[in-house]
Structure formats: structure tokens, C-alpha cells
Design a protein around this ligand. Structure first.
Ligand code: FBP
Length: 551
């Protein structure tokens, strides 16, 4: 049956993404090697672990003469959570390797990293790709979160790739997936395998960034979608004037999405996990911040409002951080015994008996639902599945209790009625904004240029992103530069370092300068839906975060 496409989808299929000027004549660009780059953190330990892929030079590309190169066969995977624009990275990679040599081939390995080990792939052809250009989702080849870390997995992947004559693997993923890419690159280079490995920075969370990776793709589109929804809710709140809306936002550990959405929509409260950690605020203090806004607004007769809550908040409250670290280790060590227990009461008692006295105090005070959500299986990379912890509901209950206490003390006389929301999956597969469509296509095309140089262990880097695309700087940085050592699954491991919100950053400061007013005075702004057509200052503009950072 033929696929039905909406008029907008049809129009988007025909959109031509913009590229940096370096690729005017195709992906066979001139490559300049810059300074050698060590790891930004734990550099000695990283250099000792990654002997052949550490301290590689930064690469920059400039316009070539369009000469043809050798045909290359490339494998590509989408890895981890969906992010708008993934299909365009593949489209850019396809067009890039074809511009190097029309006989180049692209193989999409299906279902994420496991596709490489299980040898599940399709050849991506021009006709097949046509239906996916500028579309959201990862459905072209699927995704997955399998961790690639064992020699057996690396060898299987190599065998499968060599059978297809594959010269390079492109891993489109976030911090955990690019950790995989880094390990794989080192293993192949050290053993003399001909397979190159290149990473592309994906994640709506926005936590894969540094001076060379200005943003991860998908952050722009996802935060635009959430901001539209938050704006709509703000307008509803301001119309009905009867509810407080508690909105949890995806972003895993980092609060970049919450901060970006706050800058776009000016809610009454936006909690920033990194600030909570920095100020060592306990749960009661966090609850007081929200309750304070509710009480002040009630004193002005406004018993409504909007509070944004970053998904990872609970991990940043100091006593919860300790509790979660203890839970991670004890669940890793006692998984079988824990999973064999019959019900939640037995499970909670089992955990309580093994926690330190301090952590047990925190754990014991939680409702059973939250206790169980905190002990749910970690993902294959050892992360707590924060998307499944209902922090927004916990906060509503605690704010309600605090307001009741304040009422008794005569400090509050309003009405508090709350609605909860969780925005995450609503934004991850949206059709990419013009910015993400262009950025993703450029990242993929740039990955083709890196492969054209024959170099391995690099991440595709396209920067200067607040300028028009023709002025974007194309290049690459060593994957190892972004690695550091972290405690995961009860062990110290090299992983890509997450970039969290910095309290000294321009976006946070811009937010902090206005939030006291927003907490009391209704200051909502309504961004509306993503625009694909129209003036560049409406349709092509990127995030407030990036604009403030670049200025
Ligand atoms: P990535 O790091 O894989 O890009 O994760 C993005 C994300 O959407 C997080 O914001 C969220 O916590 C997580 O995925 C949810 O995972 P799942 O899709 O497995 O429910």
C-alpha cells in the first residue's frame, strides 16, 4: 500500500538543506590539521586507555576542487533515543559519499548497535532515501541502546563489515553511543583493522557539547515543540485561572531543555537541576521555591501558574544523589536476588536493609511508587531511567502539603489545584526545524568528508551555528577529547563527559535575571509552532541558548 503523506510532509521532502561553503564542490574538501587535542578531563587516564586515538589533531575542511576520490562503503547506525533530524544525517552522509565517488555504497544497520553485531542491514539507495529526507523519527533503520563494549562484539562487527567491504562505520548517537564509537575506533586502530569509526552528535538533551560541538542535533526542534506546548498550556492557565501546571521535561541529567523552554516561555517557576546541586538544596528547599511562587501569586489573586521541572532533578538533590549512587551499586551487585522478590513491600525492605542509615532515611520517606521507580532497571549504560520517575507528581504532593502547613500558620490563603504533564516523546520525532534539517545534513556530509581523509576516531563537528549555514565551519575533533572517567555499574569507566548547564553561562544568567519577576507576575510568552516557511528570522532561527552562548 502506498504511504500517504500530508501536504506539509510532501513539501518538506523537497526541501534542500543548506551546507557549509566548504562543500560547494562536494565532500572531497581540503583538510587542514590543527593542534593536537587531548581529553578535556582525566587526560592522562584517557591517553593511557586510548593509546592510538588520543591526542589526534583537530581537522578543518575548506572548499576543494571537486576531484573524485576512491569509492567507499560505509555502515551507519542510529543509536539511543530518537532526535529530530537523524534521517537527514543519513541523507547528508549518502550524498557526501556519492559526491566523492558515485560507486560508494551506504548500508544502514538496523535497530541500533545490535544491528552491527547481528548483521541486520539494508543498502540505502537514492529511491529508498527519497521518502525520508527532512522527516522526523528514526524509523528508516530503527535505533537501540545496546552497549558495544566487548571484544566479541567488536570482532563480530568487524567480520560483518569486512564481508560487505565496509571501510567506515558512522555512529549517530549521544554520549553513551559515542562512548561506544570511541572504544570501537581504538580497538580497530590498535589491531590494524582497516575500518574507520566516526561519530555524529545526536541528542535532544543538548548535553553533548563543547567549543567544537556547539550543540547536539535535535535539541533545537525538540525544545521548540515543547515550548509551543508549554505556551499553549500557559495560555490555558491564564484563561481558566484555576490550575497550576507542573510540567516535567525530558533532558535526562542535564536541564538544557528546561532552561531553553523557560527562556522561550517565561513560566512562573523553572527548576534547574544543576543549580539545585550547586546550592546543595534539599527536597524541602526545592518544594519551598515552588510553594513560594504559588503563595505570592495567590496573594495577588492568581491561583494559577506553570512550573517546569527537568527530568533529572531528583538525581541532583544531594541526599538523593547519594541514595541513587548507593542504589546503583547495590542493584548491580544483587540484581538476581532483588528481581526474585515477590512484591514491592519485600523489594523496599530488601533495599532498606542494605542502604546506609542516611540514605535509608531519604528512601523510607518516599511514597512506594517513587521508591519502585528509583529501583527500576538501569538502562544498558547504567543510567537511572529518569523518564520513568514521576517527579512532577511527587512535587505536587509535597507542595500541597507545604501550602496546607502554611495555611495553618496563616501564611497562605489561596486555592491550589494542580495538573501534571510530561513532555518528552512528543518532541523527539517531530519533523526537524530548518536549523536541524540543515545542521543534520551538514553533519552527515561532513562525516563523509572525514571518511574521505581516511581518518578514524573522530566526531563530526560543524560550528559557527548562529551564522548563516554557508558560514558554518566544517571539521572534526577526536572522540577521545570528550571522554572522562565515571563510576558506572559499580566500576570506573571511560565515557563521554556530559555537558551540564553551567551557572556562569549566559543562558542561565539571562534566566536568573528575570525569574523573580516571572515567579510573581504573569509574564508568559507563547512561541507557537515551528515555522518551516517565511522570513529567516522566524523560520531559520536556532535556540535562545545557542544565541546567548555565542554572543
Ligand atoms: P539519548 O541520550 O539517547 O539521546 O536520550 C534521549 C532521551 O530522550 C532522554 O531525554 C530520556 O531520558 C531518554 O532518552 C528516555 O529513554 P527511552 O527512549 O529509552 O524511554
Amino acid at each position: 500500500m502506498a504511504m500517504t503523506v500530508s501536504p506539509l510532509q510532501k513539501a518538506r521532502l523537497a526541501y534542500s538543506p543548506k551546507l557549509p561553503a566548504a562543500y560547494k564542490n562536494g565532500a572531497t574538501a581540503i583538510c587542514t590539521e590543527g593542534e593536537k587535542m587531548g581529553a578535556f578531563a582525566d587526560s592522562d587516564k584517557i591517553a593511557a586507555t586510548f593509546k592510538t586515538t588520543s591526542n589526534l589533531p583537530v581537522l578543518t575542511f575548506s572548499e576543494g576542487k571537486g576531484e573524485k576520490g576512491k569509492a567507499v562503503n560505509v555502515a551507519v547506525i542510529l543509536s539511543g533515543g530518537q532526535a529530530p533530524g537523524g534521517h537527514n544525517v543519513i541523507a547528508g552522509l549518502f550524498d557526501g559519499i556519492k559526491s566523492i565517488n558515485a560507486d560508494s555504497k551506504l548500508y544502514g544497520f538496523q535497530g541500533g548497535p545490535s544491528g552491527l553485531t547481528d548483521n541486520k542491514y539494508i543498502e540505502i539507495t537514492s529511491d529508498f532515501l527519497a521518502a525520508y529526507r527532512n522527516t522526523g523519527g528514526f524509523d528508516m533503520i530503527g535505533s537501540g541502546r545496546t552497549k558495544l563494549e566487548t571484544i566479541e562484539q567488536f570482532d563480530k562487527t568487524e567480520k560483518n563489515c569486512l564481508a560487505l567491504g565496509i571501510n567506515a562505520i558512522v555512529i549517530i548517537g549521544g554520549d553513551d553511543s559515542n562512548t561506544n564509537a570511541c572504544l570501537l575506533a581504538e580497538y580497530y586502530k590498535a589491531k590494524g583493522s582497516p575500518i574507520m569509526v566516526v561519530g555524529c552528535p545526536k541528542t535532544i538533551d543538548g548535553d553533548l557539547k563543547n567549543a567544537y560541538i556547539e550543540t547536539s542535533f535535535g535539541f533545537d526542534t525538540a525544545s521548540k515543540v515543547y515550548s509551543e506546548l508549554i505556551g499553549n498550556i500557559e495560555r490555558d492557565a491564564n484563561s481558566a485561572k484555576k490550575y497550576w501546571h507542573f510540567i516535567k521535561l525530558m533532558g535526562r541529567s542535564a536541564s538544557h531543555i528546561a532552561l531553553e523552554c523557560a527562556l522561550k516561555t517565561q513560566p512562573n517557576v523553572a527548576l534547574i537541576s544543576e543549580e539545585v546541586a550547586e546550592k546543595k538544596q534539599n527536597l524541602d528547599e526545592v518544594v519551598s521555591i515552588v510553594a513560594d511562587s504559588v503563595a505570592k501569586r495567590a496573594a495577588n489573586g492568581e491561583n494559577f501558574g506553570v512550573a517546569l521541572i527537568p527530568e533529572g532533578l531528583i538525581e541532583f538533590i544531594p541526599d538523593f544523589k547519594v541514595l541513587i549512587a548507593e542504589l546503583n551499586d547495590l542493584l548491580a551487585a544483587n540484581a538476581d536476588a532483588y528481581n526474585a522478590l515477590a512484591d514491592n513491600n519485600e523489594k523496599a525492605a530488601f533495599i532498606s536493609a542494605k542502604l546506609s542509615a542516611e540514605s535509608n532515611k531519604v528512601f523510607a520517606a518516599l511514597p512506594m511508587d517513587i521508591k519502585m521507580q528509583l529501583t527500576m532497571d538501569r538502562d544498558p549504560h547504567g543510567n537511572v531511567q529518569v523518564s520513568r520517575i514521576e517527579t512532577e507528581k511527587l512535587l505536587v504532593e509535597l507542595v500541597k502539603n507545604k501550602l496546607a502547613a502554611w495555611k495553618k500558620e496563616g501564611k497562605y490563603a489561596g486555592k491550589f489545584s494542580a495538573q501534571t504533564h510530561f513532555f518528552g516523546y512528543e518532541g523527539r520525532c517531530s519533523a526537524p526545524s530548518n536549523f536541524d534539517a540543515d545542521y543534520c545534513y551538514s553533519l552527515g556530509y561532513n562525516a563523509a568528508a572525514i571518511i574521505g581523509t581516511g581518518k578514524t576516531g573522530y566526531m563530526s563537528s560543524v560550528r559557527n551555528l548562529t551564522a548563516p549555514a554557508s558560514e558554518w565551519i566544517a571539521g572534526a575533533i577526536p572522540l577521545t577529547a570528550m571522554m572522562n572517567i565515571e563510576h558506572r555499574h559499580g566500576e570506573d569507566k571511560p565515557v563521554i563527559k556530559k555537558a551540564l548547564v553551567e551557572l556562569e553561562s549566559a543562558p542561565f544568567k539571562a534566566f536568573a535575571a528575570q525569574r523573580e519577576e516571572w515567579a510573581v507576575v504573569t509574564s508568559f510568552t507563547y512561541p507557537g509552532p515551528i515555522q518551516y516557511y517565511g522570513p529567516a528570522e522566524v523560520a531559520d532561527i536556532t535556540t535562545v541558548t545557542l544565541q546567548l552562548e555565542k554572543n
